[in-house]
Design a protein around this ligand. Sequence first.
Ligand code: HEC
Ligand code: HEC
Length: 421
Amino acid sequence: MRNGIFIVAVLAALIGLAAWNYVSLPVQTAWTLEQRQLLDSLALSALPELPEDPSNAVADSEPAAQFGHSLYFDTRLSGNGSVSCASCHKPELMFTDGLQLAVGVDVGPRHTPSLVGIAYSPWFYWDGRKDSQWAQALAPLEASHEHDTDRLQIARLIVTDEKYQYLYESIFGPLPELPQNPESATPLGNEQQQAAWAGLSSAQQQDVNRVFSNLGKAIAAYQRKLIPGRTRFDDYVDGLLDSNATASEHLNPAEVAGLALFIGDAQCITCHNGPLLTNNEFHNTGVLAISGQLPPMGRYDGIRFARKDPFNCVGDFSDANRSECIELRFARDTNDLVGAQKTPTLRNIAETAPYMHGGQIATLYEVIEHYNEAPISMLSHNEAKPLELRPVQLQQVEDFLRTLSAPLAAEDKWLTPPIER
Ligand code: HEC
Ligand code: HEC
């Protein structure tokens, strides 16, 4: 009799527990086949080999990566001698800076994106105005709010620094003879720099541009080393191959529930898909304009800039055949790209706050709230629709996003300044 009461009590408790679970937190127990396929497509095991970059002949050269490593951390590549790529893309912050808007020689108009897995991206910058890593690397050097120097001064540094001269020539062949004057010249600078550039012969301009673009190629080779590492999420998905039991060691129930929302009701996977959790496309997600700025045109302008860029895939300094420049030649440029920004990777997202192209959103939870509300876009239209998720679910999505962190799979030596040799 006593046993009977005990059993009834236990049963009642179990039913109660089950009912409570059902009402407040549906527990993800088993995945359907279709869900399993989605999970597999997001895991690091699905990451292909690094894509080739036909526009950069030294993309996979080890000496070029070493040279690029030195250039990346070298503050002499700046007008005031204190800014390097690493000032904003800091290894200890997953190659971001923790700031809302980037600060180089001056405050810039955009938030610094992470460089994790950057070599997988076909387009660079929030608006995709560069079509190769090496062409991208040239722009901050000459931007007045970033490095604030110019191609002639940088070429001269390479020619006059013994170590750089040696490294450069062993990779790219003999350095050209550079003009003694002027001190500073670029077609993109202030009036004086532009006039100085116009004063060079076209052969001299070509020489300077050649050296400049080669430095971009070395920096790109370095950045190809920044490969994401294996996270708890990846262990979870691979564990599913054996049995759900092994997998459940890696993620807790709230994280699994967040994952189910991510690939389901929250619709994140529409844009954040593949092993880097980005479709490499451009979308308008209704993020507020950056304070003091007009809403940006985004990819609509970005693709037009990329086409006109003398350092693009079809330009004089590219190592590709025209036929290999598929992305550039066939890129969409339609009106729906007004206000569209590049979908960022979500790998290591917990370490790269604040978020969005202007660092407009401070925390991960607020990003998910933003998607839940899907505000009307100030320019063109917000592609995301309101989600009507409850706060507990928003928290679950955040819990899941936090499982996407792990140390990079790059050798340690690439994550600190090079040791002087
Ligand atoms: C002053 C801070 C700052 C410096 C210095 C800087 N960057 Fe950036 N970087 C940014 C910002 C901000 C963006 C986004 C700008 C935009 O999209 O308009 C960016 C974008 C990028 C991107 C594109 C990322 C993507 O997902 O599309 C790469 C790659 C990059 N930087 C590499 C470099 C390299 C290499 C250097 C040194 C030559 C460098 N950066 C110097 C702030 C900086
Ligand atoms: C329509 C495509 C789309 C959908 C759907 C979408 N995103 Fe995004 N996501 C983007 C784009 C584009 C950006 C960059 C927007 C910007 O900077 O203005 C972004 C930015 C982010 C960022 C900030 C990344 C960074 O480095 O600053 C996070 C976090 C994020 N999304 C998470 C999510 C989550 C979680 C969901 C589902 C609730 C989701 N996204 C749904 C396209 C999308």
